[in-house]
Structures are given as structure tokens and as C-alpha cells.
Design a protein around this ligand. Structure first.
Ligand code: NAD
Ligand code: SER
Length: 318
């Protein structure tokens, strides 16, 4: 295995927290530099504060540390983005440009995730195909569409090896989400374990594509480790795990926690959710680099409830 030196941006976010750990298990603790504008929860000697808007700082780290890869996770997600669109555009676009320019100069491989938020408008909602019309209705989605095309441009013009997947909503027990529309599917498990009724900000029949964190991390490692000739989509790959509604996740939880209760209080995020696909066709990822998800709703629910049970029990015992 080649000795990689990896930098993760947005490493203290929902996905970064887990991905950084997985990369360290794979490549070695000191070879993965975690960066973010937020301080880490626990002491981390391999953490460095880095604002992705600071191109010079990014270039300096790449040179000093001899980086070979960047996993670019720093971003403003859908719900937060709608509250401050210009800021979301600035972080998502200028951050990406700084990463792409650093990669061009230092010949780095880049992972830069996109999202189901690229879809909207006339996009077919069921089994949304890889090459569907992109009509995003949020600033987040607009920035992801533009980002996908800039990534492809850097690949074609400058040979920068940028790889990407359109993550569905990611559900994990290790970290909390940071301002998305799919966040309800994480929050709901915390309420269930704490035996509190969940005030759901989406309506009961709102179906969205989702994925368990373990699958998302494995997909990320797999696409980054695949031989370059297998990566045929240089915008971003559709990626699917499962699809469900708030009513269905509630029913899955009730199989294990029969007393669990939910109240529906849809807010502005309902409109965002309604613009997104219900399910995703990820056959291009399956064919090109062998993607296959492992978790369905029941398997994820069992894992989420049992890990969060342990977590809250430990909090009580501290
Ligand atoms: P998150 O909001 O949990 O984390 C983002 C991190 O970026 C935060 O820790 C934040 O402090 C950091 N950040 C914000 N501005 C920064 C800046 N200027 N410089 C450096 N760091 C900054 O997001 P996440 O859920 O971990 O998402 C990671 C990536 O995956 C994003 O590109 C997101 O669009 C994409 N994605 C996530 C999901 C999901 O369900 N979580 C779904 C689709 C796509
Ligand atoms: N989970 C993300 C969000 O809700 C989708 O990219 O914003």
C-alpha cells in the first residue's frame, strides 16, 4: 500500500468524525491530519485548525506535510444554507476552489462529496437515474451542482483526480448532523432511546433516500481506492442505501420500543425534502467500482438503538 498523507477538511462534522477515524485505522494515525474551524471533542495531536477559505494555509499544509490526498467535507448543508445563502455559497464554492487549486499544484487525489440535493424540479423522483436533469431548489444544491461540474473541469483540464458520490441522508450514532434536512433520521433515534416523544419537522409520508454511516464510510474508501480507470463518472456518482418515510422509521423503532411516540410539526425543511428524490438508481456506481450497500432500515435501527443505548448509559454512569 502506498504511503498516503491525508488531510480531512470539516473533520469534526457528522461524517468527518467517523471518516477520519476510519482513514486512521486504514492508513495510520499520524498520516491523517484532521482539520476544521471547530475544535475537536477530544484531544487530537493530529488536529489542526483550518478555514477552507484560507487558500494560503491550505497550500502551506500541502507543501509542509507532503499531502497526497484531501477528503473535502467542510460545507454548509441544506437547512443552514437556506438561512444564509450567500455565506453557504461562499463556503461551499470558495472552499472547493481552494481545495481544487491545492490539488492541482501539489498533484493530490481529492474526495469531494455531492448530495441528493442536486436534484429537484423536473427530476424523476423514483429511482432517479444517474444522468437526470439537475434543477436544485436550495443554495446548497446549486453549490453542489456547480461543484460537481468544476470537479469534472479540473479532471479534464488539469488531470486532477477528483472523485465524488452523491450521499443520501447519512444516519449514524457516532456524531450529530450539522444542519441538513435529513437530520430528523438521526435525531429520532436519540429521542427514542431517551424515551421522549420526537417532534418531527417533516410530514409522516415524506420519503427520502438515506444510508447508514458504515455504508457511507465504506463507499468513500472504496471509490477512493478504486483504480482510476474504473471512475467513469467525473461529476458525482448516485449512491443508494435505503429509502423511508418518518412514519416507516417510527414503525421500525416501535418494533423494539413499542411505546415510542412522534408528533409531526413540518417546518421550512418540508419544502426542501419535497424537492428531492424519493429513491436513487445507483447502478453506475455498482457497475463501475462495485458498490453494494449492506444496511436496510431494520438493520440500521437495531444498530442505532443499541449503540445509543450504550452511549446514554455511559453518560449516566460518568
Ligand atoms: P457537517 O455540517 O456535520 O460538518 C461540516 C463541517 O465543516 C463542520 O464541522 C464545520 O465546522 C466545518 N466547516 C464549516 N465551515 C468551514 C470552513 N470555512 N472551514 C473549515 N471547516 C468548516 O456536515 P457533514 O454532514 O459531515 O457533511 C460532510 C460533507 O458531506 C458535506 O460536503 C456535505 O454536503 C456532504 N453530504 C452530507 C450528507 C449528510 O447526510 N450528512 C448528505 C449528502 C452530502
Ligand atoms: N443530508 C443533507 C442535507 O439534508 C443532504 O445533502 O442537507
Amino acid at each position: 500500500m502506498k504511503n498516503e498523507t491525508i488531510l480531512v477538511t470539516g473533520a469534526n462534522g457528522q461524517i468527518g468524525t467517523v471518516l477520519t477515524q476510519a482513514l486512521r485505522e486504514h492508513y495510520g494515525e499520524s498520516r491523517v491530519i484532521a482539520t476544521d474551524i471547530r475544535a475537536p471533542q477530544h484531544d487530537d495531536p493530529n488536529f489542526q485548525t483550518l478555514d477552507v477559505l484560507d487558500q494560503k494555509a491550505l497550500m502551506d499544509i500541502a507543501k509542509k506535510r507532503g499531502l497526497t490526498q484531501i477528503y473535502h467535507l467542510a460545507a454548509i448543508l441544506s437547512a443552514k444554507g437556506e438561512q444564509n445563502p450567500k455565506w453557504a455559497w461562499e463556503v461551499n464554492m470558495s472552499g472547493l476552489f481552494n481545495v481544487l487549486e491545492t490539488a492541482r499544484e501539489h498533484k493530490l487525489r481529492v474526495f469531494s462529496p455531492s448530495s441528493i440535493a442536486v436534484y429537484g424540479g423536473q427530476t424523476p423522483k423514483v429511482n432517479t437515474p444517474q444522468h437526470a436533469v439537475l434543477q436544485p431548489e436550495t443554495v446548497y444544491g446549486i453549490s453542489k451542482v456547480a461543484g460537481e461540474h468544476w470537479s469534472k473541469y479540473y479532471f479534464q483540464k488539469y488531470g486532477v483526480d477528483v472523485r465524488s458520490v452523491r450521499y443520501p441522508g447519512i444516519v449514524g450514532y457516532q456524531s450529530l448532523p450539522g444542519g441538513g434536512t435529513t437530520d430528523y433520521a438521526v435525531d429520532i433515534y436519540h429521542y427514542a432511546v431517551k424515551e421522549e416523544a420526537y417532534p418531527c419537522f417533516l410530514a409522516p409520508d415524506t420519503r427520502l433516500p438515506m444510508m447508514y454511516m458504515d455504508d457511507a464510510i465504506r463507499a468513500t474508501l472504496e471509490i477512493m481506492q478504486a483504480p482510476a480507470e474504473q471512475i467513469k463518472v467525473r461529476t458525482s456518482y448516485n449512491l443508494a442505501g435505503m429509502s423511508f418515510t418518518p412514519a416507516e422509521i417510527t414503525a421500525a423503532i416501535r418494533k423494539q420500543r413499542p411505546g415510542f411516540d412522534i408528533d409531526y410539526e413540518p417546518d421550512f425543511r418540508q419544502q426542501i425534502a419535497e424537492s428531492w428524490p424519493e429513491s436513487i438508481d445507483d447502478s453506475a456506481a455498482r457497475t463501475d467500482w462495485g458498490w453494494k450497500p449492506a444496511f436496510d432500515l431494520d438493520a440500521m435501527t437495531e444498530q442505532m438503538l443499541s449503540h445509543l443505548e450504550t452511549y446514554y448509559q455511559e453518560q449516566v454512569n460518568v
